[in-house]
Ligand binder design. Structure first.
Ligand code: PLP
Length: 389
């Protein structure tokens, strides 16, 4: 059994870490504790580093192909962890979920077509639509009593307006929601009714906190299989985002052909050899590591929530259904987003994601990443208190 110690502080500086070494470029100061971008300060499972070492020791890194064993590892993971039986022929690979979203936008829509999102949401959803010359349509989520819900009346109105593609975030970043079966059924039915394809970004799906359960929208009924394109990855789950390998699941062969045609057009044929090696090892052998990670994250989330409740009046935060990101409601502090950032960066010396980056509905919020050793988290919470009290 692997000896897993998530409390060990590992210095990441000197290894091109965006989180630790790009705060000057992103926030204008480097003298801050970075608790922003969504990666973890933990090493991945030993099985992953062993597989990478073994591959590295072979010493020849010529062109590779996406082998059947990687496909089987991904399919096995989806069945084991999410009870989703995926046919091997539905699976292909990409260098990341964001590149996959861009590919999907190009494969399934034309310039000028409408693409729907639900803000506040992971910023590249908006960027991939607009940078590819498509028209962004937003059905903003409702926030009430610490929970995001979908305004289905507005959602349907937007679909009626001729939307071609809807990008679903499940589990939702930054809101932390794991969408329930009834919600997903309603989304799926409405999208089928209005002939709108669904791209489902399920990158946070392995990080769901019990008793919540992730339900891949494509798995809900046979009709949805024809209308849903799903993206997952081992990158968030096992902290290997820098290796750039993700999984694309497209059951409908005509859609898969269109997706792969755009990948080909862009000159993509296979993820990096190390990315694929890590993906396969993680999906084969990562269960035990992930089963140990989740209680550690849960504990950090509870620590952060109770600390804020006791020490920082004026901010409110809620336990997310999934992942390691806390979405903090600072609106009662009555500060502008600029003032809030200045206090965090220059008084507290802590870097958090500013809410407005996530689109309408993000104003007055910040996002805190708790995927770090407890000692780092406690230091961050002290800084947060200093900034906001
Ligand atoms: C919802 C969501 N999708 C995609 C990504 C990034 O995916 P990738 O690094 O594979 O492009 C993130 C990273 O935080 C995310 O939160």
């Amino acid at each position: 059994m692997e000896n897993i110690d998530f409390s060990k502080v590992i210095d990441r500086t000197g290894f091109q870490s965006v989180k630790w070494e790009r705060t000057a470029e992103v926030f204008g100061t480097c003298d801050v504790l970075p608790m922003w971008v969504a990666d973890m300060d933990f090493r991945p499972p030993i099985a992953v580093t062993d597989a990478l070492r073994q591959r590295m020791e072979h010493g020849i890194f010529g062109y590779t192909y996406p082998c059947e064993s990687a496909v089987k590892a991904a399919a096995g993971w989806l069945e084991r962890r999410h009870s989703w039986k995926v046919d091997n022929s539905w699976i292909t690979f990409s260098s990341g979920v964001v590149p996959s979203i861009s590919t999907a936008v190009n494969a399934f829509t034309k310039p000028g077509d409408k693409v729907l999102i639900q803000s506040p949401v992971y910023p590249p959803f908006m960027e991939m639509v607009e940078k590819n010359g498509r028209v962004l349509v937003n059905s903003q989520l409702h926030f009430q009593n610490g929970e995001y819900t979908i305004d289905f009346k507005d959602f349907e109105e937007k679909l009626k307006g001729g939307v071609k593609l809807f990008i679903l975030c499940n589990p939702h970043n930054p809101g932390g929601r794991v969408w329930k079966r009834q919600e997903l059924e309603r989304i799926g039915n409405l999208c089928s009714q209005y002939d709108c394809l669904i791209v489902s970004d399920e990158i946070h799906s392995d990080l769901v906190h019990t008793p919540n359960e992730h339900l891949p929208i494509a798995s809900i009924n046979k009709d949805f299989l024809k209308n849903v394109v799903t993206f997952v990855a081992p990158s968030k789950t096992f902290n290997i985002a820098g290796l750039q390998a993700s999984v694309v699941i497209i059951p409908e062969s005509s859609l898969l052909d269109k997706f792969q045609a755009i990948q080909e057009k862009n000159g993509f044929h296979c993820p990096n050899v190390f990315g694929l090696t890590a993906l396969e090892a993680a999906y084969h052998y990562g269960d035990e590591w992930l089963n140990s990670l989740m209680p550690y994250i849960k504990n950090n989330l509870m620590t952060a929530i109770s600390y804020m409740k006791e020490n920082i009046p004026g901010v409110k935060t809620f336990f997310p259904d999934a992942s390691y990101l806390l979405w903090i409601d600072c609106r009662k502090l009555a500060l502008s987003d600029k003032e809030l950032q200045e206090l965090l960066l220059y008084k507290g010396k802590i870097a958090l994601e500013p809410g407005p980056k996530y689109g309408p509905g993000g104003e007055g919020f910040v996002r805190l990443n708790v995927a770090c050793p407890e000692a780092t988290l406690l230091e961050g919470l002290t800084r947060l208190k200093k900034a906001l009290t």
